[in-house]
Write a protein that binds this ligand. Structure first.
Ligand code: SR1
Ligand code: MG
Length: 416
């Protein structure tokens, strides 16, 4: 059958013959189906059978949030499936299990995560997830290290790079929406009324436009590892003690720092949104501390785990042990690692700053800020986040330990 989008009505007859589903959820004549997709691109169905539930995700041939005026290739499901397989192998237990993939129908059948909720929604409600930074720091280090030339042979790396190079349509979205559109009056941009006095100087800031293009240059040219490509808090599902990484359809070879910076940016945006969510000023202070604590911890865990993998799993073609440890030069390997981590941090900060900007000025905004119903309060929160993003993207020597203090200073001083 050629590609056709599923509907809740057609799904049981179209997928009811697949043992991958019937073995897990039972008799298709008893299935009930709900389409629950609230993301920007795809259809997502929850299928409930007599003995279980399952998720079916299907790509649409266009961008769902815009409509069929913006076509988008179905093959993104192929890249998502391949990224899920690699993530499952590189950090077992951190992504939902895939039960079935149909390339023609661009659909993936996967585990229904319960009682998980989307992290962003939980953050908007002010819920703490104590293990978030620990899980994400480890996931980032394992998926990025094990997907790179630090772990893979030249053949493995280049073949996989070739495979994911086909995901250029999704990379093109990132290249435009993240790195360029926020810095000029692009057609699909939108922003909160009243924010214009903060946008004009931002767009006039030449150093910032250069920093954004340097970040774009890094995204395009540093094919260092397989990145998730869209690692924001809407791509994570959480419980009190679990974190699951979903939706890697933007996966492509890119810089180590890309996923790190994107994730940190979304914690930053959540931090600046807090003033819009508190009933009385200060009532979300504890939550602010939690968010900044996670921001600091995720880098610490990432660096610690990356160092551990560097010392124990450096089997790839880069920084070979025969050039360091085998020559008795373990300090040399440590010095090289320090350089690599510094480079990742620098890149991550560029990505962090531009992601903060595009979520306020571009097409795709975040619920953390959108949920602030009073436009004046939203505008002030966004003005602070814009300024933080500007400093983060342009600062030459911002250390991991500086980030939390920077956020607190700007939250106290800008647009008061
Ligand atoms: C047109 S797609 C807009 C955004 O949605 C996705 O989740 C990515 O973040 C993309 O940039
Ligand atoms: Mg997504």
């Amino acid at each position: 059958m050629t590609y056709a989008p599923l509907t809740p009505k057609t799904l049981p007859s179209r997928l009811g013959g697949l043992p991958a589903l019937t073995d897990r959820i039972g008799d298709p004549s008893l299935w009930s189906v709900a389409e629950v997709g609230d993301g920007n691109l795809n259809l997502v169905f929850i299928v409930t059978g007599p003995v279980g539930r399952i998720v079916v995700k299907q790509a649409l041939p266009y961008v769902r949030m815009v409509g069929d005026s913006w076509p988008l290739p179905l093959n993104r499901a192929f890249f998502e499936y391949n990224a899920l397989c690699r993530h499952a192998a590189r950090d077992p237990g951190r992504v939902p299990e895939v039960f079935h993939f149909d390339e023609t129908q661009a659909l993936i059948v996967m585990r229904y995560l319960a009682p998980h909720v989307i992290l962003r929604k939980s953050i908007v409600r002010g819920v703490e997830h104590p293990d978030l930074a620990r899980h994400m720091g480890a996931f980032l280090a394992r998926s990025l290290f094990r997907g790179s030339a630090l772990s893979l042979s030249g053949k493995e790396l280049r073949e996989d790079m070739g495979l994911f190079a086909g995901n250029h349509a999704l990379a093109d979205i990132t290249e435009n929406l993240v790195f360029s559109d926020p810095y000029f009056a692009a057609k699909l941009n939108r922003h909160t009324p009243g924010l214009d006095p903060f946008i004009a100087p931002l767009r006039a800031d030449r150093a910032l436009r250069i920093a954004a293009q340097e970040a774009k240059h890094a995204f395009l040219s540093k094919t260092e590892t397989l990145v998730h490509g869209d690692l924001h808090s809407g791509s994570l599902m959480v419980t009190a003690d679990d974190t699951q990484v979903i939706d890697p359809e933007f996966a492509i070879y890119g810089p180590f720092g890309f996923d790190v910076g994107m994730f940190m940016a979304n914690l930053m945006l959540a931090y600046f949104a807090q003033s819009g969510h508190e009933d009385v000023p200060g009532s979300r202070d504890r939550y602010r501390d939690w968010l900044l604590g996670q921001l600091v911890e995720v880098w610490q865990v990432f660096a610690t785990e990356f160092r551990h993998l560097w010392q124990t799993e450096r089997t790839g073609i880069l920084y070979e042990t025969r050039l360091f440890e085998a020559l008795g030069d373990t300090p040399g390997a440590e010095a090289a690692l320090t350089g690599v981590l510094c480079g990742i941090w620098r890149d991550a900060m560029g990505f962090c700053g531009v992601e903060m900007h595009r979520r306020i000025l571009g097409l795709a905004h975040v619920e953390d800020l959108e949920a602030i119903t009073d436009p004046a309060r939203r505008m002030k929160a966004e003005a602070r986040a814009l300024e933080a993003g500007r400093i983060i993207a342009t600062a030459c020597a911002l250390a991991p330990s500086d980030l939390a203090a920077l956020a607190r200073d700007i939250d106290r001083s800008v647009a008061r």
